[in-house]
Design a protein around this ligand. Structure first.
Ligand code: MG
Ligand code: ZN
Length: 509
């Protein structure tokens, strides 16, 4: 901030006259218009780099399917944009539980906690506030319902891992529409696949509470009136690559993220008091934890497809605030220039190049890279899963090289596959004596994070770099559209966004 003395000096140097007083405002500033409905969209792990990847793909990929702007670009063009910090109450870098809690309660929170303040006290979330105002409420996620991001809006526990208790609390909160994966926390312990440690059947309890309970996309499309609980997978829902590849499969049971979002909006809109809904594109984070750029591309396309539906819906009404942000950035992702495969000099017609070639010293990344990333046919972790199931004598570098090269536009050489398969004791986890060898500090990675090693081998030809297997502090983008959007511009902290959301749903101003 400039000191008054400096301002005076600048003023004196410029020989300026004192500025006349502003004319009195004719009337008190009108309060910001309050929307009827509030839609919060969270891209988990979606920093500016991740949004930037989608924008490059949409605008620059030779085979881009986009004829017009992405939904993110429309939000930026028609609404308000900003940045938000998200650090926890007591440290530098945030996890999804703490970050979503700060958005939900508007107060600082501790790492890995759900719906409680930094003193450990449960606090009313924006969803619960909306409900107390008579509004309908909803939670939608393509991860699983009890995962940290949705949980933080309708549960209050000391740790995100307490997903069985979270399931009970979310049901007790009585959220009107809940659509996601993760039925393993809702079925009694004797049921195959259950993660519960008791005999409670939360699906039956939900039905007794008046919920329509659906388990597949057909039932979702024809669900009758009432509260709605849809759980479409045992744990996380399909990743975006598989989701796109199986859309027309007759045996597919899962709806798309966009399908779930649109069902939620249409049902919640029946409440004449309006609604609050949080819709999460949750696997951007998972792709980035795995350092898998092809998977990330697919997740950003899935997020944009959902947001297009949401924005079209809100635009047509005019009474709905849409706020899009992330909880944090994941992976320290970047497209980056390098010295590999530097393009040959070429001729440029302009006068500045008379008598010389255009010959940059570096490879700044060919545009075809974007099509290559978008063409990846499965997540790298699925490739490794299939590889690990092969008989031991088939788990060779040559096999892995072929398996990765089969699903990716970027080849993994046999030599590189050998480096991916090399192991050493993990200094951060004594249970992993045969951990993959990361040239980065393994402390920043989940144990056994072999996808990150593949990412390093493919990265040079993809023009892709990753800094970590966890999250970064990078301020995340904020896009807001609709009544009350203006307040979301500028630089905030997530606790402030949380307060703004509370005001928007009708809490005390
Ligand atoms: Mg999440
Ligand atoms: Zn994460």
């Amino acid at each position: 901030m400039r000191s008054p003395a400096l301002l005076l000096t600048v003023c004196a140097l410029a020989a300026c006259t004192p500025r006349p007083l502003a004319p009195p405002t004719p009337m008190a500033e009108a309060p910001a218009p309050r929307p009827k409905n509030v839609i919060l969209v969270i891209g988990d792990g979606m920093g500016p780099q991740q949004v930037g990847l989608l924008e490059l793909y949409a605008r620059r990929a030779p085979s881009s399917p986009y004829a017009g702007p992405t939904a993110f670009a429309r939000m930026a063009e028609e609404g308000e944009t900003g940045f938000s910090l998200h650090y926890p109450a007591d440290s530098l870098v945030v996890d999804s539980a703490c970050s979503a809690t700060q958005l939900a309660i508007g107060l600082p929170a501790l790492s890995e906690t759900i719906g409680i303040d930094a003193k450990g006290e449960p606090q009313q979330t924006v969803l619960e506030l909306a409900k107390s105002q008579g509004k309908a409420t909803g939670l939608v996620s393509d991860t699983r319902l009890t995962h940290a991001t949705p949980a933080a809006f309708a549960a209050h526990v000391s740790h995100r891992g307490k997903e069985n208790a979270i399931a009970e609390q979310m049901l007790a909160t009585g959220v009107d529409v809940m659509l996601s994966g993760g039925w393993r926390h809702f079925v009694p312990q004797d049921a195959s696949g259950s993660k519960r440690k008791d005999d409670r059947d939360l699906l039956k309890e939900a039905a007794d509470q008046g919920y329509v309970v659906v388990r597949d996309r057909t039932a979702l499309a024809s669900a009758g009136q009432g509260k709605l609980l849809g759980l479409f997978s045992k744990s996380g829902m399909m990743d975006a690559i598989e989701e796109r590849a199986t859309r027309d499969a007759a045996d597919r049971t899962e709806p798309t993220l966009r399908d779930m979002a649109m069902v939620a909006l249409d049902r919640l809109a029946a409440d004449e008091d309006g609604f609050f809904v949080m819709i999460e594109s949750g696997q951007i984070d998972w792709a980035c934890h795995a350092n898998d750029a092809g998977w990330l591309m697919a997740e950003m396309r899935r997020a944009d497809e959902m947001l297009t539906g949401v924005l079209d819906w809100a635009e047509a009404r005019g009474d709905t605030l849409v706020v899009v942000t992330a909880d944090h950035e994941t992976g320290g992702f970047g497209l980056s220039y390098n010295r590999h495969d530097v393009p040959a000099p070429r001729e440029i017609a302009g006068s500045a190049f008379a008598g010389e070639s255009y010959a940059p010293n570096w490879n700044f990344g060919p545009l075809q890279t974007l099509d290559g990333l978008a063409a990846q046919e499965s997540a790298l972790e699925d490739v490794l899963y299939a590889f690990d199931k092969l008989p031991d004598d088939q788990q060779t570098a040559a096999t892995l090289s072929r398996m990765v090269s089969d699903i990716s536009a970027f080849d993994l050489s046999v030599e590189a596959a050998g480096r991916v398969l090399a192991t050493a004791p993990d200094p951060w986890d004594e249970d992993h004596a045969d951990a993959p060898i990361l040239h980065d500090d393994g402390a920043f990675y989940y144990p056994g994070s072999r996808t990150a090693v593949i990412a390093r081998e493919l990265g040079t030809s993809q023009s892709v770099v990753w800094a970590t297997g966890t999250h970064t502090h990078t301020p995340v983008p904020v896009f807001a559209f609709g009544p009350g959007a203006t307040a979301f511009g500028g630089l905030h902290h997530h606790t402030e966004l949380g307060q703004l959301l509370r005001e928007a749903v009708g809490g005390p101003q």
